[in-house]
Design a binder for this molecule. Structure first.
Ligand SMILES: O=C(O)CCC(=O)C(=O)O
Length: 280
């Protein structure tokens, strides 16, 4: 992996935007990144999140005794079993239990990252939050996020290497997705092959938050054993694309999500109407 990192720096691969502000608020975040849909790594503003110190592996093992299933592995394992078993070195441990047990008391989501789900009167069962533990060299292969939602990923332990492709390449990638598998991306960087396959990149360190706007193809490699918290979200910066996506792929699970967007649009409209009344 060090060879890959050296090559990335020597090849002058373009990094995504980096933000060094010490605090963050909704207006600044949305104006700089949200509305413009710019991927960014935020280096300082979230360093104080309590979970960075609190969510150690022993603590998480204690709080997550349940067993989880794994892609392409037929047995369910607890976090402790996952960490102990070398035969499962290629897979990620992923859970959603943290959002319904005591772990959820350990953090609040700031306004700029909050999903419209959260203040809806009938919260849907499907909640797009995951806690990931990934051993060194595990990865998430190239993908776009579900329903064109945006996402944030907060790194508690270790380092992650992220690749993003400019959205202008989306249709080329979609037509030839196998050429963009992570192994090909890495081979291309190591062997200076196709310049079209040179993505933007970012190395995420502990306490950094990476923002992935709607529609971006991205892939991630764990450079070390990592713990991260990630959530997909719908809000005023992306509801229009998510709404179109839901309408195209309508089924019973998206019905309540469409309702959420419609409910929030009404709120926004009413808020604007009362603001207009105040201004006149
Ligand atoms: O941390 C990772 O491996 C991937 C995060 C990500 O891309 C996602 O959850 O969509």
């Amino acid at each position: 992996m060090q060879q890959l990192i050296d090559k990335i720096t020597r090849n002058n691969l373009t990094p995504i935007s980096e933000d060094f502000s010490y605090s963050m608020d909704e207006k600044y975040f949305n104006e700089q990144y949200g509305y413009q849909k710019i991927p960014v790594v935020i280096r300082n503003a979230y360093q104080h999140w309590k979970i960075k110190e609190k969510w150690t592996l022993p603590y998480l093992i204690l709080k997550l005794p349940g067993k989880e299933s794994f892609d392409s592995y037929d047995k369910k394992l607890s976090l402790e079993e996952y960490l102990k078993n070398d035969f499962i070195n290629k897979l990620y441990y992923k859970t959603q239990c943290h959002s319904s047990n005591e772990l959820s008391d350990d953090y609040d989501i700031p306004d700029e990252l909050r999903c419209w789900y959260k203040n809806y009167r009938k919260p849907p069962k499907l909640f797009l939050s995951w806690l990931y533990v990934g051993k060194q060299n595990t990865f998430s292969d190239l993908h776009q996020d579900l329903w064109d939602t945006s996402a944030w990923n907060y790194l508690i332990k270790g380092r992650k290497l992220w690749f993003f492709f400019p959205k202008s390449l989306n249709s080329i990638i979609k037509a030839d997705i196998d050429s963009y598998k992570i192994q090909n991306i890495i081979d291309n960087i190591l062997n200076n092959k196709d310049p079209k396959l040179q993505p933007l990149y970012c190395i995420q360190n502990e306490g950094d938050l990476v923002y992935t706007p709607s529609g971006y193809y991205h892939a991630v490699v764990n450079l070390d054993l990592t713990i991260s918290l990630t959530e997909n979200f719908i809000n005023k910066t992306n509801y229009d694309v998510v709404y179109d996506n839901f309408k195209k792929n309508f089924d019973s699970s998206t019905k309540s999500l469409l309702e959420i967007i419609e409910y929030h649009l009404k709120l926004e409209k009413n808020g604007k109407a009362s603001q207009d009344r105040k201004n006149n």
